[in-house]
Design a protein around this ligand. Structure first.
Ligand SMILES: [Zn+2]
Ligand SMILES: [Zn+2]
Length: 491
């Protein structure tokens, strides 16, 4: 398994992820996606939307605003319950989560060694004087305040005059935007249960201990679905909500596998009763074996009718569905598959990373699924001094870039260019050489063919330039390299 340091370094060096505000020393746990990072991110989101919203007849999309009526967060329970117990140091003012204090190494000025400063591992006592930590773990001097609840929502003011402005919040999850629009979608789109609403958008949580690169950040992006089912219906002899919960768990696991995550690195974690959120009937997390160990990649919760009932209570509006068959109004149950874009990106990145040995040299390659690779095709001229070769390569880049992410690179020798594309996961390189354009000095005619090189096998085939767009399209849509190679041989 690749280390986090290796990934962070690759991400910076090759333009995937930069530290936010780096020239000012950076800001805690904020990251900027560079030219390749934004392509990878966009492709993850596009493929998710296509597979879970566009292709499913039972799904619709939504894009709710980040700023919402403050009562939304009272109804959802976030104002009262979205908190962590915290203590502050009276000396250095650092703040700690109570439940993590025992897991934090601590600074100690030891009276048994004339006040020498030691950093003692988490949970251990001083080996010189036997003291256990009672003071601040960071400065070793300050007393800690009694615990108090700290709300994780970002508070902000809405309106031009600060004194009169209403306090509201940056949304801590996209889900509530879907719940408050349930009736709008139901009325405008005339849906029957079960149906779902998908949404991709930013959310904000003032995490006390963010970290591990893009794994836990205060600003992040969610890909969420709220799938509404009739709790009075049964499917295959089981309550509809339980049946659909299982279906969504299977669909989500299958989705990650389809885009290249190795099965060995995925597992399901069922929440025990005492782990469950107060609204949940059952929650299963999809965990991934990240460089930091097994951690949550996404959660799939059965939120019951909790949210719709809460919003009906606080807004005074009925949020029900009329069941024609049973002639009754029901409050749907909700299955919520909720994934983070940033975490998914980290998982796809870690899973794609390989170090291989090729002819005695180390090759770093990101084996991204072709549909997720930030660059789909690199067009490389074999000789950058030949105008006709360069012109042809640019023309190919222009044509392919109508539908694909394509780069042109002539800044090194071909072997070097291939390695660079391997390292960012480009599945196919196209080279234009002398044979493509011919050599009139030597009386050699142009064959009009270009070379396609496959990233994973490093095999090469020659195809007619006129057929290139179609061949690349077939490969990106999933046709096996061997099949395309056999076809190229025949032509
Ligand atoms: Zn302190
Ligand atoms: Zn000591």
């Amino acid at each position: 398994m690749v280390s986090m340091e290796t990934l962070v370094s690759l991400c910076k060096r090759r333009g995937f992820v930069f530290q936010s505000s780096e020239i000012y020393g950076g800001i805690g746990s904020s990251w900027d996606y560079g030219p390749l990072g934004v392509e990878l991110r966009n492709k993850i989101k596009r493929v998710w939307w296509r597979d879970f919203v566009q292709r499913r007849p039972d799904m619709l999309g939504l894009d709710a605003s980040i700023l919402m009526h403050p009562t939304v967060w009272k109804a959802s329970g976030h104002v009262d319950n979205f908190t962590d117990p915290m203590v502050d140091c009276r000396e250095c003012r650092h703040r700690f989560r109570v439940d993590q204090l025992a897991e934090t190494p601590w600074v100690h000025y030891c009276p048994a060694t004339k006040g020498n400063k030691f950093t003692i591992p988490a949970g251990e006592a001083c080996s010189h004087c036997g003291a256990a930590r009672t003071l601040c773990p960071d400065c070793g001097k300050g007393e800690l305040t009694p615990p108090r609840q700290f709300n994780l929502m970002f508070k902000t003011l809405m309106g031009p005059v600060e004194e009169d402005a209403a306090v509201t919040y940056l949304r801590p999850e996209t889900a509530q935007g879907i719940f408050v629009n349930f009736d709008n979608v139901l009325q405008s789109m005339r849906r029957k249960l079960p149906f779902g609403i998908g949404q991709i958008g930013k959310a904000f949580r003032n995490e006390i201990t963010p970290g591990n690169f893009i794994f836990r950040t205060r600003e992040f992006e969610q890909m969420e679905i709220e799938y509404f089912v009739n709790p009075h219906e049964t499917v295959e002899g089981r309550p509809a909500d339980e049946y659909w919960h299982d279906r969504w768990i299977e669909d989500c696991l299958a989705w990650f596998r389809r885009y290249g995550i190795q099965s060995d690195n995925l597992r399901l974690h069922e929440h025990a009763r005492d782990e469950l959120a107060h609204y949940a009937k059952r929650t299963a997390d999809v965990q991934y074996r990240f460089p930091i160990g097994w951690s949550e990649l996404m959660g799939i919760a059965n939120r019951t009718d909790f949210d719709l009932k809460q919003h009906a209570k606080f807004s005074g509006k009925a949020l029900t569905y009329f069941d024609e068959e049973r002639k009754e109004h029901v409050v749907p149950y909700v299955i919520e598959p909720s994934a983070g874009v940033d975490r998914a990106l980290l998982a796809f990145l870690a899973d794609a990373y390989r170090e291989e040995e090729v002819r005695g040299e180390k090759r770093v390659v990101l084996r991204f699924h072709p549909e997720l690779a930030p660059v789909s095709v690199a067009v490389l001229p074999l000789l950058k001094k030949r105008d006709d070769i360069v012109r042809t390569a640019h023309a190919i880049r222009d044509e392919l870039s109508r539908d694909l992410t394509v780069v042109y690179d002539d800044t090194a020798a071909i072997g070097r260019l291939y390695r660079r594309q391997d390292e960012v996961g480009t599945p196919y390189c196209v080279t234009v050489d002398v044979q493509t354009v011919g050599d009139s000095d030597k009386g050699e005619p142009a064959d009009g063919k270009v070379t396609i090189r496959d990233r994973d096998s490093m095999e090469q085939i020659r195809v007619e330039a006129a057929r290139l767009a179609q061949v690349i399209g077939d490969l990106l849509r999933g046709t096996a390299w061997a099949e395309v190679a056999a076809g190229a041989g025949r032509s």
